[in-house]
Ligand binder design. Structure first.
Ligand code: RB5
Length: 147
C-alpha cells in the first residue's frame, strides 16, 4: 500500500518512526513533510498535502501527526474523499477502519505513547472495512460533502 505521511514539529519524531515501521512491513511511504525537524511549522501546510494525495488517489491512505491529532483531522477532512479520524488507542484505530472506512489516521504525539505506535499503524493498514450497514452510513457521510 502507498501511504502518505505528514507531521508538524510536534509529530516529527513519530512520523520518522512510522515511516520506518511501514517500510519494514512492506509498504511504500510518501513524506509530505515537515522536513524541518523540531522547527515550529503550521500543521495545516503538511496535512493538506498528504490529505490531497488520498483525495486524488495518489496514496491509498495517509497518517498525520501533530500534537493532539486534532488540527490534522480538521484540515484533512476539508479534502473531498477523505475520512480522517483522530484515534488515541487501539480500539478506536480498529473501529475507524471496520466501521468508518477511515482513509486518514490522525495521531497526537503528545497524547499517545510510543509503545503501542506500531500496533496502531498495523491495525490501520491491515484492518478491513466491514461494509454492509456501515457502507450505507459512510455513503451518507460522503453525500454530505457536496452539499
Ligand atoms: C502545535 O503547537 C499544536 O497546536 C499542533 O501540533 C496540534 O496539536 C494542533 O492541533
Amino acid at each position: 500500500m502507498k501511504i502518505g505521511l505528514a507531521s508538524d514539529h510536534r509529530g516529527f519524531e513519530f512520523k520518522d518512526l512510522i515511516a520506518g515501521y511501514l517500510t519494514k512491513i512492506g509498504h511504500e511511504t510518501v513524506d509530505f513533510g515537515t522536513k524541518n525537524g523540531n522547527d515550529s511549522v503550521d500543521y495545516t501546510d503538511y496535512g493538506i498535502q498528504a490529505a490531497k494525495s488520498v483525495g486524488s488517489g495518489e496514496c491509498e491512505r495517509a497518517i498525520l501527526v501533530c500534537g493532539t491529532g486534532l488540527g490534522m483531522s480538521l484540515i484533512a477532512n476539508k479534502v473531498k474523499g477523505v475520512r480522517a479520524t483522530v484515534c488515541h488507542d487501539l480500539f478506536t484505530v480498529e473501529m475507524s477502519r471496520r466501521h468508518n472506512d477511515a482513509n486518514v489516521l490522525c495521531l497526537g504525539a503528545d497524547v499517545v505513547n510510543h509503545d503501542l505506535l506500531e500496533q496502531k499503524i498495523k491495525l490501520f493498514v491491515e484492518t478491513a472495512f466491514e461494509g454492509g450497514r456501515h457502507a450505507r452510513r459512510v455513503g451518507k457521510i460522503m453525500d454530505a460533502e457536496s452539499g
